[in-house]
Design a protein around this ligand. Structure first.
Ligand SMILES: [Fe+2]
Length: 127
């Protein structure tokens, strides 16, 4: 008879907590994707701000690359947003503010020389 300190044989353990309970586990896929999405949202603004600073510091040659990076971060944010949208744990972890439409990244920079994604945008405005 195994002692009480013996580990449970792997074959008798469920593969994941989700498999054992039927409830999505925050330690599973949700939290990494949720955290990545929030991070990507901030990255959009940081790349836009970097483009503003590059131009202001006399490095306009960096602007296009930085705005391209902001657009790529926008796509990453959309990917992670799509992965967590509708998940029941969003009741505990509210969805981060949506960025403006992707076209606004270059549009706002050209028109006003500022970051378009600093302010959250209502879902109805997004393209
Ligand atoms: Fe990214």
């Amino acid at each position: 008879m195994p002692s009480s300190s013996s580990p449970t044989p792997a074959s008798s353990r469920p593969a994941t907590p989700t498999a054992a309970t039927g409830v999505p586990c925050p330690k599973g896929w949700f939290l990494p994707r949720y955290g990545a999405g929030r991070l990507e949202r901030r990255n959009i603004v940081e790349c836009e701000d970097s483009a503003v600073y590059a131009r202001a510091s006399g490095h306009p040659e960096l602007v296009d690359c930085l705005l391209t990076m902001a657009e790529v971060e926008w796509e990453h944010e959309q990917y992670f947003r799509s992965k967590v949208t509708g998940h029941p744990l969003l009741r505990l972890f509210p969805l981060w503010p949506a960025p403006p439409p992707r076209e606004r990244i270059r549009g706002s920079f050209a028109e006003a020389g500022r970051a378009a994604s600093r302010e959250p945008v209502a879902e109805a405005v997004r393209g």
